[in-house]
Design a protein around this ligand. Structure first.
Ligand SMILES: Cc1cc2nc3c(=O)[nH]c(=O)nc-3n(C[C@H](O)[C@H](O)[C@H](O)COP(=O)(O)OP(=O)(O)OC[C@H]3O[C@@H](n4cnc5c(N)ncnc54)[C@H](O)[C@@H]3O)c2cc1C
Length: 456
C-alpha cells in the first residue's frame, strides 16, 4: 500500500449529522428552480441542494448553444448562461448549495448518506426532492455488435469533451438517433471541428421539430471550420436505418448500417459515433428507497403533486422520464416547490395511489399515478386530485401515431377521451386532465389506450 493510501485509510472519517427542512438531490434546472421557489414560498425553511459535480447547473452547463430558458425565463440563453442564472437565483433566494456532495443512499432511519471529499455525513430532512436527471444509454446497453474502439460516446460525453475540455471529437461522425438532442450533437460536433456524415434512426421520421432539422441541415450540413477545412456535404438523416456494427480496433473506422425497408447493409466510413437519446432516468436512489419504478418511464411513479409512494419523498425533472427540455424540467421544479411547501405546512401524504398504465403502442404517461386522499384530509377533503405540472400529462408512443383517438378507462368504466394530432417517441404530446375527477379511488389501474390512429 502506498504512503498516500495508508494516510487515507487511517484518516478518521467525520460522520456529522445534520438536519434540514428540505434536501434537494441534484442542482440541475429542476432542483435549482425548486430550491429558489421553495425559499420564496417558505422563507423560514432550510433548503439544502446536494450536487455531486463541482459546479451547479446540471446538463446545460456543457451545452453551449442558444435556446435555453424559453418557457421558464421567457428568454433564449446559452446553456452555461442559463445554468448560471438558475444557480444565482437559488443561491440569492437563500438555498444552501453543497457542491461535490454525492448522495449515495439512505440510512436505516431515513437519513440521506452524503459523501464529499474527506467526509461522509448523514442529512435528515423533512422532505426530499429527487431531481437527479436522466442519462443516455451508453453503447454497451444498446446491443450494437463490433469492437470497442475509441471515438464512440453519448451526446453528454461529447459536450463535455468539446465544451468543457476543448478537445476535438474526431472529423467524420455518425449520429445514432434523431430526436432533439441529435441535432444538438450535430451543433457540438461542428463546434469541435467534426462533420456529421449521417444521422440514423430506425423510425420512419426524425422526432425533432422540423425547424431543428432544417436549421441543422442549413447550418451544419456544410462545415467550413478553419481547423479542419472540411469539404461541403449535405446533412443526411437516414430513416428506417439501424447501426448494426461498429468497426475499428484502436479508433472507429466505420459503421455498418442496415436499411430496414430494403434489408440491405452498407458501410459508412467515420471516426466518431455519437449515441443520442434512449434515455434512462438516474433512478438509483429511488430504487434504494424501495420505490417501484414505472414500467414505461423507468422513473419513480408519482402523482400530480410529484409525490412518490414514500412519505416526504418527491421527484421532479428528468428523473421522472426520458429527456424533456430544460425549461420543462425547471417548470416541473417550480411545481414541486408548491407541493413541498404544502407538505411542510402540514398537508398529509396520500393513503395510496391508483396507477395509470399505457396500452401498446403507447409507451408512457407522466405523472403515472393519481393519489387517494388520506382518510383525514382536513380542509382539502373532497378536492380533486392534484393537477400535473403545467396542467397536463405527458404522453409518448413507441411509434408515430397521427390523429390519435385516445380512450381513458378504469376497470370497465370509460373515464374520458381525447384526440391528439400526434403521439410519438422522443417528443411528448399533452393529455388534458378532465377525466381525472372521475377516477374511483377503490378501482383498478387507469388505462390509456389508442382506439384509432394513422401511422406513417
Ligand atoms: C446532451 C444533451 C443535450 C441537451 N440539449 C438541450 C437543449 O438544447 N435545450 C434544452 O432545453 N434541453 C436540452 N437537453 C435537456 C436538458 O439538459 C434537460 O432537460 C435538463 O438538464 C434536465 O434537468 P434536470 O434538473 O432534471 O436534470 P439534470 O440537468 O441532469 O441535473 C441533474 C443533476 O443531479 C446531479 N445528481 C445526480 N445524481 C446525484 C446524486 N446521487 N448526488 C448528487 N447529485 C446528483 C447531477 O450531477 C446533475 O447536476 C439536453 C440534454 C442532453 C443530455
Amino acid at each position: 500500500m502506498s504512503e498516500r493510501w495508508e494516510q487515507v485509510a487511517q484518516a478518521p472519517l467525520a460522520k456529522p449529522q445534520e438536519s434540514a427542512d428540505v434536501a434537494i438531490i441534484g442542482a440541475g434546472p429542476a432542483g435549482l428552480t425548486a430550491a429558489a421557489r421553495l425559499r420564496k414560498l417558505s422563507p423560514e425553511a432550510k433548503v439544502v441542494v446536494l450536487e455531486r459535480e463541482r459546479q451547479a447547473g446540471g446538463i446545460p452547463r456543457h451545452a453551449f448553444h442558444q435556446g435555453y430558458g424559453l418557457r421558464d425565463l421567457h428568454t433564449s440563453l446559452s446553456g452555461p448562461d442559463y445554468a448560471e442564472k438558475l444557480t444565482d437565483a437559488a443561491a440569492s433566494a437563500g438555498a444552501d448549495l453543497r457542491l461535490r456532495t454525492q448522495v449515495t443512499g439512505w440510512s436505516a432511519d431515513g437519513a440521506l448518506e452524503l459523501t464529499s471529499p474527506g467526509a461522509v455525513a448523514h442529512l435528515y430532512a423533512r422532505a426530499v426532492v429527487l431531481a437527479s436527471g436522466c442519462r443516455e444509454r451508453p453503447r454497451s446497453a444498446r446491443m450494437v455488435a463490433g469492437s470497442r474502439p475509441a471515438g464512440v460516446m453519448t451526446t453528454g460525453t461529447l459536450q463535455q469533451l468539446v465544451y468543457l475540455n476543448e478537445q476535438s471529437p474526431g472529423t467524420r461522425a455518425v449520429v445514432v438517433g434523431a430526436e432533439h438532442v441529435a441535432f444538438s450533437a450535430v451543433a457540438t460536433l461542428a463546434h469541435g471541428g467534426a462533420r456529421t456524415v449521417a444521422i440514423t434512426t430506425e423510425l420512419p421520421r426524425h422526432q425533432s421539430y422540423a425547424a431543428f432539422r432544417w436549421g441543422a441541415a442549413a447550418r451544419y450540413g456544410t462545415v467550413s471550420n478553419s481547423r479542419t477545412a472540411l469539404p461541403v456535404t449535405p446533412l443526411r438523416v437516414l430513416t428506417r436505418t439501424a447501426v448494426t456494427e461498429i468497426h475499428g480496433s484502436e479508433r472507429v473506422t466505420g459503421v455498418t448500417v442496415l436499411d430496414l425497408t430494403r434489408g440491405q447493409s452498407r458501410l459508412i466510413e467515420c471516426d466518431t459515433v455519437i449515441f443520442t437519446g434512449d434515455w434512462i432516468p438516474d433512478h438509483e436512489l429511488a430504487v434504494s428507497a424501495g420505490l417501484v419504478l414505472d414500467i414505461g418511464t423507468r422513473g419513480p411513479r408519482v402523482d400530480g403533486a410529484l409525490r412518490t409512494a414514500r412519505a416526504g419523498l418527491f421527484a421532479a425533472g428528468n428523473v421522472l422520464h426520458g429527456a424533456e427540455t430544460a425549461d420543462v424540467a425547471a417548470l416541473c421544479g417550480r411545481h414541486v416547490a408548491g407541493k413541498v411547501a404544502d407538505f411542510l405546512g402540514g398537508e398529509r401524504w396520500p393513503r395510496a395511489f391508483v396507477p395509470i398504465e399505457c396500452a401498446a403502442p403507447l409507451h408512457w404517461v407522466s405523472p403515472g399515478a393519481i393519489e387517494i386522499a388520506p382518510a383525514f384530509a382536513g380542509d382539502r377533503a373532497g378536492e380533486p386530485p392534484a393537477a400535473p405540472p403545467r396542467g397536463h400529462y405527458l404522453l409518448r408512443a413507441r411509434e408515430e401515431l397521427i390523429d390519435a383517438r385516445i380512450a381513458i378507462s378504469q376497470d370497465t368504466r370509460a373515464l374520458g377521451s381525447a384526440r391528439l394530432p400526434r403521439v410519438m417517441p422522443g417528443r411528448s404530446a399533452s393529455l388534458g386532465t378532465k377525466w381525472v375527477s372521475a377516477v374511483d379511488p377503490s378501482g383498478g389501474p387507469v388505462v390509456i389506450r389508442v382506439t384509432k390512429a394513422r401511422s406513417r
